[in-house]
Design a protein around this ligand. Structure first.
Ligand SMILES: C[S@@+](CC[C@H](N)C(=O)[O-])C[C@H]1O[C@@H](n2cnc3c(N)ncnc32)[C@H](O)[C@@H]1O
Length: 263
């Protein structure tokens, strides 16, 4: 059921990215957060840039042909399958989100090349076993071959870092060596005191549901994996040499990105 009276993170993010698939309640929440963190639109755009560059690297340099994109969001420019299949038309992508609004728009995610495949599953990241066992996933992905798990701007909805790390581990445990995980997660590491206080107040009032993590906490999520260069850095700085300048500051972006490989 699509509920127009409750804020949905997918629709609010769509609003920040300049999309049209959102309701008044999402725009109000988006504006309130933007009032307290005026660079939130830069954050959203830079996060999408990281997704694009990470998929590009994984498909072009690492040779990955299978992607499991959990917390997909509403379709927008440069969805995972579009980026991957531009490089490798035979790439296979499974999308997962728990927001029924994303399901309504899933057709736009299913525009695979004839050589590749895409599928969409409505499921919750908190139950990774169920995602892995889903017949639609099994039909599209061969879990004996490497898979890149994309967890972009979704783990920060899971407050407990231990639980988030267990989810990442469960997913990677089901995949062969040579698989990858790409993660982005909001951070307050670069925020000044006033920004931290404004965030804490929004959280306390239940007006914000994204839990920020320090670089060390993001490190816990990829423990035991081989972290690719340049490590855990603001998403805007992850292999961004070819992005047009001027680049935003880490404080404006406030999201860490990391890509790691299972050896
Ligand atoms: C901020 S958007 C990120 C979209 C996309 N990954 C990106 O980075 O551009 C977060 C998405 O995660 C989804 N989401 C949040 N919690 C989830 C959960 N527990 N299971 C599955 N999806 C979830 C939301 O519905 C939303 O579509």
């Amino acid at each position: 059921m699509v509920d127009e009276t409750r804020v949905h993170s997918a629709r609010r993010y769509n609003y920040w990215l300049g999309g049209k698939d959102n309701f008044a309640v999402d725009r109000e929440s988006g504006d309130l957060i933007a009032k307290n963190f005026p660079t939130i639109r830069i954050t959203a755009v830079e996060n999408r840039g990281f997704l694009r560059r990470a998929v590009t690297h994984l498909a072009a340099e690492a040779g990955v042909r299978q992607f499991l994109d959990i917390g997909t969001g509403l379709p927008t420019a440069n969805n995972t399958h579009e980026v991957a299949q531009r490089i490798a038309p035979d790439a296979r992508i499974v999308y997962v989100d728990n927001d029924p609004m994303v399901l309504v728009h899933a057709r736009a995610l299913l525009t695979s090349t004839p050589e590749g495949r895409t599928a969409y599953i409505e499921a919750d990241l908190r139950d990774p076993g169920k995602i892995l066992a889903d017949p639609a996933l099994r039909e599209v992905l061969d879990l004996r071959q490497p898979v890149a798990v994309m967890l972009i701007a979704v783990l920060h909805f899971i407050e407990d870092t231990g639980e988030a790390a267990r989810i990442v581990r469960t997913l990677l445990d089901a995949l062969p060596s040579g698989s990858f995980v790409a993660i982005s997660n909001g951070t307050a590491d670069f925020a000044d005191e006033q920004t931290r206080a404004r965030f804490a107040a929004l959280m306390a009032r239940g007006q914000l549901d994204a839990f920020v993590r320090t670089a060390d906490e993001v490190g816990v999520l990829v423990e035991g994996l081989e972290v690719l260069e340049p490590g855990i850095v603001p998403v805007s700085e992850w292999r961004a040499d070819e992005e047009p300048g001027p680049r935003p500051t880490p404080a404006e972006v406030a999201v860490y990105g990391v890509v790691a490989r299972k050896s």
